[in-house]
Design a protein around this ligand. Sequence first.
Ligand SMILES: Cc1ncc(COP(=O)(O)O)c(C=O)c1O
Length: 476
Amino acid sequence: MKKLGKGLMGLAVLCMSIYIFSACGQASAPDSGDGYTLDNIRNYVVGLDEQMELDNGSKKAVTNFDNAATTPALQPVADEVEEELKKYGSIGRGFSPKSDHSTDLYESTRDKVLEFVGADPEKYTVFYVNSTTDGLNKLASALIEKKSDVVLTTRIEHHSNDLPWRESGTVIYAEVDDQGRVMYDEIEKQLKNNKVKYVSVTAASNVTGYVTDVHRVAKLAHKYGAKIIVDGAQIVAHRKFSMIGETEDENIDFFVFSAHKMYSPYGGGAVVGLSDVLMEHMPKFYGGGTIYIVGDDWVEYADAPKSYEAGSPNYPGVVGMGKAIDILQEIGFEDIEEHEKILNRKLVDGLLKIDNSIVYGDSEDLSDRVGVVTFNFSDVNTSLVAEQLSQHYGIATRRGAFCANPYVWRLYGLTDEEVRNFAECSDVNTPGMIRVSFGIYNTEEEVDYLLKVLPDAIKRAKAENEKNFNLANPLY
Ligand SMILES: Cc1ncc(COP(=O)(O)O)c(C=O)c1O
């Protein structure tokens, strides 16, 4: 990893007047015919040709490289939701053929999810959630019994796999190495030195795309009497994932994922967890749907999964997720993985040829990365570059610290103290990188387009800076 010198990071410049950016066509779906493949999937992505207005008033179809944030809908997923809405009735409670139909589909999708992640229905239960964040919060609320319960996580994590544990228990962290990879010996060291109850790790990073060997972590966790929870937000649409390892001690105990990151943006997601553990606990979410019977001043709660699904269910979310699972499986994860590797390689090689580029993570060995590449340029502010890419070229990226602040600061080489000082400067844009994240429908031609326009976008960003902002430090 090419690192910036500390000098460039100098926090003295941070309190300067800096502009704060708010960083923060329907394909007509032909008959699937021979089935869904990477070669034909662009025909089924909703909105790829939709003409969007740019700042200069012209219209352009967006080249979307922001798939780690959320993915567009697939037309067959949208069609399935629309079709099922015709037969929609209340789930689990009504007496009507529609209610029966919807309840059957809602319940049988649990089996589909179990099969998708290779989990044994005899041992595992699926409960539906709104998103990975929702699922991790529900697990934290259910499993953590007291503040002194220790959760081991890592410094690569998204805030959603960090803050719920900070708020409910005592969190300790395993560090990442110089390239930003999870350090397995650090995980073991922490397990050896602490009485850890749960280890919670991401299966793939939303910043560098690194894939964690979660089965190796499971083996370590189990060796020291802990259980393992896996944040699957960035793996489900990218790699074949199985909760079952080569040996029983490598099995994953809990797996959490969001459907909107797998081409079904209707909310929805799932937690797959050990039934016996789920049955022993309940999240602090109460109300309709969670009970067996209620008296004047007593309650008997239902078993999991009902006890984890307070309130009326998000039926379109479940229907869409089920269809998205079918399509991803039909395309095949081997092809998806191969495709992402080609796009990653092309982009990283192209970026490294641009003057003053900084590509985060290991840019030589890309074999353990899903389709995510993050970068900066040491001579231009990347907020301005991302803005130019969006508004001049219709290219969607993400710019910021990607809800994984502690990890991003490490990749920058910033200490916690430096970040604290920086946080005190209220008029400063937060440090950030540009992230390109690939979906199944992105092409090599799209990567070529990005690489072709980047030098011009950088030039425009520099001119914009001189004219309007005078940003002293390209990073902020
Ligand atoms: C690794 C990781 N975990 C968790 C989340 C949270 O997912 P959601 O926003 O769907 O709750 C994300 C979202 O980007 C993520 O990338």
